[in-house]
Design a protein around this ligand. Structure first.
Ligand SMILES: [Zn+2]
Length: 232
C-alpha cells in the first residue's frame, strides 16, 4: 500500500475542502467558488510527501473530483465539492455521537471519527443525527451543516490575526493535528471560552492570552488553529 493510499480519497477531499474554504486572510472567491488549493499544503496537512499527494491528486482528477488550475492547484469540481461536503458533515455527526453517546473526549473524537468514516451508511448517519437531536456543531465548534459553516467563515478570524487588547470568543478548533487538538483541551482553549489578547508578536510567533483561569502563552502554530469571533 502506497503512502497516498494510507489516507483515502475522502480524507484528501476533507483536506482540500478545509483549504478551499479558509477563515481569515485567504477568503474564498465569490459566494461559493472556493479558493484554489496547493498540492504541497495538502501534503503538509496530511503529513505525506508531495509525491504521494501528487499521486493521489491525479487519481482524484481522473475520477472527476478535482481539477488542476494553471498553477497546478487542486480545485474541487462540483461533484468533488458535493462529496467533500458530505464527508465533513458525516465526520462531524460521528464526532457528536462519539462524545455525546459513547463518552469519548472531544480530543479523542476526531481521530476515531476518521477511522469510522467508512463504516456507516448514509442512512445510519441520518439516524444518528436524528437520535442526537440534530446537533448544531461538532465538539470542536464546526457547524455540522457545511452551508452554515461557510456562511460563518466571514465572521471569524484565526487568533493569529488579532492585536493586543482585542477580546474574542473561541468558536472553532483546527482538528487535523491530533496532538495540537489535545493541547488546546489541556490548556482550556476550547469553544465558548472568552479570551483577551494581552500581547501579540506575530513576527516572533508569540501570543499571550488572558483566560478566565489565567494567562496562556500561545505559539504561532496554535494561534493559526484557533478560530475566534471578535467581541466589539
Ligand atoms: Zn470536530
Amino acid at each position: 500500500m502506497s503512502t497516498a493510499q494510507r489516507h483515502g480519497i475522502d480524507e484528501y477531499l476533507e483536506t482540500i475542502y478545509f483549504l478551499a474554504f479558509p477563515i481569515g486572510e485567504y477568503r474564498p472567491r465569490g459566494s461559493g467558488g472556493g479558493h484554489p488549493t496547493v498540492a504541497s499544503r495538502v501534503a503538509e496537512m496530511l503529513g505525506v510527501s508531495r509525491a504521494s499527494a501528487g499521486e493521489m491528486l491525479k487519481r482524484l482528477e481522473a475520477e472527476g473530483l478535482v481539477e488542476r488550475g494553471e498553477q497546478k492547484q487542486a480545485i474541487l469540481t462540483v461533484t468533488g465539492r458535493a462529496r467533500a461536503e458530505k464527508v465533513v458533515r458525516k465526520h462531524r455527526i460521528i464526532e457528536c455521537w462519539l462524545t455525546g453517546f459513547l463518552g469519548y473526549t472531544a480530543g479523542e473524537a476526531h481521530i476515531h471519527a476518521d477511522e469510522l468514516g467508512d463504516s456507516f451508511t448514509e442512512d445510519m448517519i441520518e439516524r444518528i443525527n436524528e437520535k442526537l437531536g440534530r446537533p448544531e456543531r461538532c465538539p470542536h465548534g464546526w457547524p455540522v451543516e457545511t452551508a452554515a459553516e461557510q456562511a460563518e467563515n466571514a465572521e471569524l478570524a484565526p487568533l493569529a490575526e488579532l492585536a493586543a487588547g482585542e477580546h474574542a470568543t473561541i468558536v472553532r478548533l483546527a482538528e487535523h493535528d491530533g496532538d495540537l487538538l489535545h493541547w488546546f483541551y489541556d490548556q482550556g482553549l476550547v469553544p465558548g471560552v472568552e479570551i483577551e489578547v494581552r500581547a501579540a508578536q506575530p513576527e516572533a510567533g508569540q501570543f499571550v492570552l488572558a483566560l478566565p483561569e489565567g494567562e496562556r502563552s500561545v505559539a504561532d502554530k496554535a494561534a493559526a488553529g484557533l478560530y475566534v469571533r471578535r467581541i466589539a
